[in-house]
Design a protein around this ligand. Structure first.
Ligand code: DC
Length: 226
């Protein structure tokens, strides 16, 4: 056991419920919840705001090095992220920022810089870290590793539902193709491609409700703790 508790990795592609499940788990355990994707999104936002070409490796690396992150645990367990003292919040979730994040995250050296920053936050445990490569690269020695998966079709359905509930237009075919494109890029890049760690517990959430996934994960943690 680490100083503050277990270090739990929660990886998988977007739209599998990693965030909701990870937060529920962290809340239950009294831990913090960190979305490492937010850190890639912060880099992307910075690159976007400075008009840096996402494929300009040196400029992206410099931008990554210059970022300073601080975190504040919230009542819902999430670690609220401040970038150079500023809370960027919803700006990080714009579609363009997500696309640039997927592009800058192919930069191996920038990944190394962000990975080091993630290790600083997580090393003492007491945290659920959500991402793509937490269990494979950031913390190969994580105490417990989950990998949530779901079919691209099911993830597109969930996204459509989410957008419609928020009163925004949603085109299923377009969303599906953008999910497939992002999956391809995330799983085929040379640096830390998206894949489950060998010792991760893989959960296919396509046919499970959020609550069923949470129950399954808690059951595994219970087994681990006993
Ligand atoms: O989880 P998310 O959609 O907020 O992540 C945004 C992008 O960041 C995603 O396209 C992949 C990248 N990412 C990554 O490469 N490694 C991580 N540990 C987390 C996110």
């Amino acid at each position: 056991m680490r100083k503050n508790g277990l270090l739990i990795a929660m990886d998988g592609p977007a739209g599998t419920g990693k965030t909701s499940v990870g937060k529920a788990l962290a809340l239950k355990l009294g831990y913090g919840f960190l979305s490492t994707g937010e850190m890639y999104r912060a880099l992307a936002y910075n690159v976007f705001a400075k008009h840096i070409e996402p494929e300009n490796a040196t400029a992206v690396l410099d931008a990554a090095r210059a970022l300073s992150f601080t975190f504040q645990r919230q009542p819902d367990a999430s670690l609220k992220m401040f970038v150079d003292g500023e809370f960027l919040g919803p700006k990080l979730h714009l579609e363009e920022v997500g696309n640039v994040a997927s592009r800058v995250s192919t930069n191996a050296q920038a990944r190394q810089v962000l990975t080091d920053k993630m290790r600083e936050v997580g090393q003492n445990g007491g945290i659920v870290m959500e991402g793509r490569d937490v269990g494979t690269v950031v913390f190969p020695d994580a105490d417990i590793k989950f990998y949530l998966d779901a079919s691209a079709q099911e993830r597109a359905n969930r996204r459509v539902k989410q957008l419609r509930e928020a009163g925004q237009p949603a085109d299923y075919a377009q969303i599906l193709s953008s999910i497939q494109e992002r999956d391809y890029r995330d799983s085929h890049r040379a640096a830390s491609p998206l894949r489950p760690a060998e010792d991760a517990l893989v959960i296919d959430t396509s046919v499970l409700s959020m609550q069923q996934v949470i129950d399954l994960v808690l059951e595994k943690i219970g087994h681990h703790a006993s």
